[in-house]
Design a protein around this ligand. Structure first.
Ligand code: ZN
Length: 179
């Protein structure tokens, strides 16, 4: 079954996450959210009836400044859209690596601001040097992403026109959110 993205707002109407329509539907059944808007273009079917899929829901908690937790390899790749921080190449799943900007051997930590997505060639070239020592330049400065940015990047290729339009009405332009 195809999953449709649902924009999740917190108590203050700030966009905080993206759920699948299935998850939103269950939250609605359990009275854990308020559905603010339904898809016009997406109808879900049960044996007895068709009903619209939720497009925007609001959850009664405060998450405006919700930060993503400690980085995982996967979350670093998602934050960086699988783009090598040194050569800008989109890296395939099988060849993607995480680089410690300040090498581990020099006390560089496993934290958002010290980790970037790296292709295997750049990673080999850099070895256990700093970018300066290796004569390499970072194309972007890695930051700790918000939970919403991670959700956005995770769903990036599955966002449909109706969703993007509604996202814009909540002040989120997908190009500006790109890292
Ligand atoms: Zn590279």
């Amino acid at each position: 079954m195809k999953l449709h993205p649902v924009l999740v707002l917190d108590r203050t109407y700030a966009p905080v996450s993206i759920f699948s329509h299935k998850k939103a539907f269950i939250l609605d059944l359990l009275n854990k959210c308020e559905v603010l808007q339904y898809y016009e273009s997406v109808k879900l079917s049960s044996p007895t009836m068709d009903y619209p899929a939720p497009l925007v829901i609001r959850i009664p908690v405060l998450m405006r400044h919700w930060q993503s937790s400690a980085p995982t390899r996967r979350a670093v790749f998602i934050r960086d859209n699988f783009t090598c921080a040194f050569c800008g190449k989109i890296v395939k799943d099988s060849e993607v690596t995480v680089d410690h900007i300040v090498p581990k051997s020099r006390g560089g930590k496993w934290e958002w601001t010290n980790l970037v997505t790296c292709c295997s060639e750049c990673n080999q070239k850099k070895g256990s040097k700093t970018p300066e020592e290796a004569g390499m330049v970072l194309l972007y400065k890695p930051k700790k992403p918000s939970g919403f940015q991670i959700a956005l990047n995770r769903w990036r290729n599955k966002l449909n026109r109706e969703f993007l339009e509604v996202l814009a009405t909540y002040g989120v332009n997908i190009k500006k959110e790109a890292i």
